[in-house]
Design a protein around this ligand. Structure first.
Ligand SMILES: Cc1cc2nc3c(=O)[nH]c(=O)nc-3n(C[C@H](O)[C@H](O)[C@H](O)COP(=O)(O)OP(=O)(O)OC[C@H]3O[C@@H](n4cnc5c(N)ncnc54)[C@H](O)[C@@H]3O)c2cc1C
Length: 620
């Protein structure tokens, strides 16, 4: 560590320095050095101890990232080995049906995928009927958060308590301030959509967002403790006038107080009921307050030449990287000679199909999502939606001809699921809620042809890290608009099963919807899937209409079945489990309640055979 990076002392002005501008220090002059010595500079602050904890923190974080990487790479290696071995003989997957150890399935069942208590995890945690207080973290996340918070508390308390009270307060001020600045680094990193750790560790943005919120809460608490210690020592040293003078005349303190107030405001404003009730307003105010707090903190550190300043470079670098990445990809993929247009069509079942033509070829992955911008309607805000369908280039297009040639030269058929699948047109399904989604739905309904075009574009793709290619059996569960997350998986896996490029033998798509109108959302894509080769051999579809308006005809097809009412998830998963081939993946995308029920039904099976559960929550 360079000595410049972590100077252990800030030069104190001597009591006889001419400080006519700094009335705060009048108290210093009048009362001698002692009165405010614990409010100014590093007197009482244990810099060595502070940086010992900083280094400990860095080592712990490094160790965690390293362990996660080892775990992730072993898991990826295991799945890749399974994928390769099964591909040579997809009919024989008996070996992969069973767990090869006892500890991993146990850990998976009781820790990694377990809710904190009983089964509630994704369903919102209601304080009362009107107040939605977010969700409860799962057991694994809860353990990480508790350990992380406990370490911060322990480090704050690890002081020499035998010293005089003001000296201890100064030491606590230094410790909490250092930790607050340090915790701001993960707080910002974890909030980025382009956080490189998402793809390296294959931890979802959702999970990072949870840690972002908790790291932020810890930062805010430490910033408040830091400020409170300064206030307490200054009040005790020279009274309220010294506090007022310090905040008025000493710019570093003014900015420090500004940062703490902005942090405290952010903490209150991000409370789940406020956040979810007016998400766009929340995000707009959040960004402004974040900038104010960063500027405040920067000035606070810079004006006193504090050693935590280089961390702010890192934080600003993250922030700038994020916005540059967002703009660059959005401009690159969307803005061409023809401009960027989105086509919005109203659909039955209160939803819109939004189709976007891209300026350049774009590589979609099953399960990925994009942020949609339609500035005329939603201003500067964007909303995340899963990519429900990506249209392959038409056979007459330049891209198709060029790709076919280059892929055939490389020995790959352009229709193979493992050929690079690029697209210049994608569709999203947006269920009408109360904000932007309702506005576009109503606007489309007002048009004579129930559709309109608007200037708009997308940012992304994000997500889509979960590959199901090595599973012999895939059970894809969707509730309502959650189907958008599953359709591309169905197409990819079915194509893979036919071409022999994935381990897929059995795909069961279960879709639970309130009424049959919602079937229209994906009808053209389903028609295409139902025409794919080997479809009858590998794909079955079960549709559950939970609130049918009339009599439901179950139909005669063996592979596509319609039911009235809710499915019994336990029975359904049990049946699939009994007839599984190879390893089995259960993925679920739907309401919080649905995900919780499905998780509770899958958990007991994870110790019975090789079963993985993956969920997408559609909320942050
Ligand atoms: C990864 C992901 C994929 C999604 N895919 C789909 C999809 O394919 N189809 C679909 O219909 N919905 C999808 N959603 C949900 C969709 O983003 C919200 O329904 C939509 O943003 C609501 O907009 P609104 O203004 O009408 O919301 P409101 O009616 O104001 O709020 C409804 C809910 O949406 C959340 N929300 C509002 N704005 C945002 C925002 N800018 N970012 C994140 N959440 C927000 C709020 O927290 C609130 O709980 C997805 C969400 C995520 C996180």
């Amino acid at each position: 560590m360079s000595p410049n990076l972590y100077p252990r002392r800030v030069e104190l002005p001597s009591p006889d320095t001419k400080l006519s501008r700094r009335h705060f220090l009048d108290g210093w002059d009048a009362n001698g050095y002692d009165a405010l010595k614990y409010s100014w500079g590093l007197t009482g602050v244990e810099q060595d101890g502070n940086f010992l904890w900083v280094h400990t923190f860095a080592v712990i974080l490094g160790f965690c990232v390293f362990s996660l990487l080892v775990l992730r790479f072993s898991n990826m290696f295991y799945k890749h080995a399974r994928h390769l071995t099964v591909m040579s003989n997809p009919e024989r997957q008996e070996y992969w049906k069973h767990n090869r150890s006892q500890w991993w399935p146990w850990l998976n069942r009781h820790v990694l995928m377990a809710p904190l208590h009983k089964k509630k995890h994704n369903a919102t945690f209601q304080i009362s009927a009107a107040i939605d207080n977010g969700t409860l973290p799962g057991r694994w996340h809860f353990a990480i958060i508790v350990v992380y918070a406990a370490l911060n508390v322990a480090w704050c308390l690890c002081l020499d308590w035998s010293k005089e009270r003001m000296s201890v307060a100064a030491a606590l001020r230094g410790r909490s301030g250092t930790l607050a600045a340090l915790n701001l680094i993960p707080t910002v990193l974890f909030a980025l959509r382009n956080n490189p750790l998402i793809s390296i560790l294959q931890v979802s943005y959702d999970d990072f967002n949870l840690f972002h919120r908790w790291a932020a809460r810890i930062t805010i608490a430490e910033a408040i403790v830091h400020t409170a210690c300064w206030l307490s020592n200054t009040l005790e040293g020279d009274g309220a006038a010294a506090v007022a003078a310090g905040l008025r005349d000493e710019a570093s303190y003014t900015y420090g107080m500004l940062a703490t107030c902005a942090f405290a405001f952010l903490g209150i404003q991000a409370w789940s009921p406020f956040r979810h009730a007016f998400y766009d307003t929340f995000l707009g105010i959040h960004r402004i307050m974040v900038l104010i707090s960063f500027v405040g903190l920067w000035e606070h550190l810079a004006r006193h030449g504090l050693p935590q300043l280089p961390w702010m470079y890192m934080i600003f670098a993250f922030y700038i990287f994020e916005w540059v990445a967002r703009f660059t990809w959005a401009i690159y993929y969307n803005f061409g000679r023809k401009g960027c247009q989105v086509h919005v069509e109203a659909m039955p079942g209160e939803a819109c199909r939004v189709t976007i033509k891209l300026a350049r070829e774009w590589t979609p992955k099953p399960g990925c999502n994009v942020h949609l911008y339609i500035p005329r309607i939603m201003g500067p805000h964007s909303h995340p939606f899963s990519v429900a369908w990506a249209y392959p280039p038409s056979p007459s297009s330049k891209e198709h001809k060029e790709r076919s040639l280059s892929q055939l030269e490389g020995g790959i058929s352009p229709t193979s699921p493992h050929a690079i699948q690029r697209t210049k047109q994608i569709s999203l399904i947006c269920r009408a809620r109360t904000g932007f989604t309702r506005t576009i739905y109503e606007k489309a309904c007002e048009q004579p042809n129930k559709s309109f075009d608007a200037w708009g574009f997308i940012e992304g793709p994000y997500g889509g890290h979960h590959s199901l290619d090595s599973y012999g059996t895939c059970l894809l569960i969707a509730g309502g608009v959650g189907i958008t997350h599953q359709v591309m998986y169905v197409k990819h896996l079915l194509a893979g099963a036919h071409a022999g490029t994935t381990a897929t033998r059995r795909i069961l798509l279960v879709w639970s919807i309130p009424d049959s109108e919602s079937l229209e959302w994906i009808r053209p894509w389903m028609d295409e899937i139902l025409r794919m080769p080997s479809r009858k051999k590998h794909l079955r579809i079960k549709l559950f209409i939970t609130k049918p308006k009339g009599r439901i005809e179950s139909g005669s097809s063996e592979s596509v079945k319609l039911f009235a009412g809710r499915p019994s998830w336990k029975t359904l998963i049990g049946e699939e489990m009994a007839h599984r081939e190879g390893a089995m993946a259960v993925t679920c995308c739907g309401s919080g309640g649905l995900s919780d029920t499905v998780r509770a039904s899958v958990r007991p099976f994870t110790t019975e055979g090789c079963v993985d559960y993956i969920e997408e929550a559609f909320s942050y």
